[in-house]
Design a protein around this ligand. Structure first.
Ligand SMILES: [Zn+2]
Length: 162
C-alpha cells in the first residue's frame, strides 16, 4: 500500500499504541543560592603571557572574587501525595551542605576538596557542582545547574556529553 493511501483513521488518537499516549506531566522547579568566593584562572601548563592573554583580569596573581548565584533545577512528575516534585526546603539544605558550606568565603583553587586540580571557570564549576549534587539527590531528578559569575555571564550544565 502506498503511504498516501493509508486510511486516515489509522492515525486517530484511539489507535495509538499506549507508549505514544500522553503520559505523566513533567514539571521543573528551581532553587537559587548565593556564595562569595575567590579564584584565579591559570593553567600552569602554559606561560604567564598565555595565561594573561587568555584569562585577563581572572588571571590576576593575587586572586579576585565573585558574587556567585547558583540555580539548580529539578525535573519530573509531582508526587501525587505531596504535590511536590521535591520539597524545596530539602533541596536548599542539600545545596547549602554540598556547595555553599564548602565554597562560600573560600578560595576555589585551594580550599574546596572536590575542586582540587580543576581550573575554576564557570564552565568547570557547573560540571563539578552537578557531580556533587548527583551523588545526593534522588536519581534522575537533576535537570540543570546554572552558575552566574556576574549578572551578565552564566554557564549551565544539563549532564550532557559533547
Ligand atoms: Zn574571575
Amino acid at each position: 500500500m502506498l503511504w498516501f493511501l493509508v486510511p486516515f483513521e489509522l492515525f486517530s488518537n484511539n489507535q495509538l499504541p499506549p507508549s505514544a499516549k500522553p503520559s505523566t506531566p513533567r514539571v521543573y522547579v528551581t532553587r537559587q543560592v548565593h556564595f562569595n568566593a575567590a579564584h584565579r584562572l591559570h593553567n600552569a601548563a602554559f606561560d604567564d603571557a598565555w595565561n594573561q592573554k587568555t584569562y585577563g583580569h581572572c588571571n590576576h596573581p593575587n586572586w579576585h572574587g565573585h558574587n556567585y548565584v547558583l540555580e539548580v533545577t529539578l525535573a519530573g512528575p509531582p508526587d501525587p501525595n505531596t504535590g511536590y516534585l521535591m520539597d524545596l526546603g530539602e533541596l536548599n539544605r542539600m545545596l547549602q551542605e554540598q556547595i555553599v558550606a564548602k565554597c562560600d568565603h573560600r578560595n576555589l583553587n585551594m580550599d574546596v576538596d572536590f575542586l582540587q586540580g580543576i581550573i575554576p571557570s564557570s564552565e568547570n564549576l557547573v560540571i563539578a557542582f552537578w557531580n556533587e549534587l548527583a551523588r545526593v539527590l534522588p536519581p534522575h531528578l537533576l535537570h540543570r545547574v546554572r552558575l552566574w559569575e556576574t549578572p551578565r555571564n552564566m554557564a549551565e550544565y544539563l549532564g550532557e556529553t559533547a
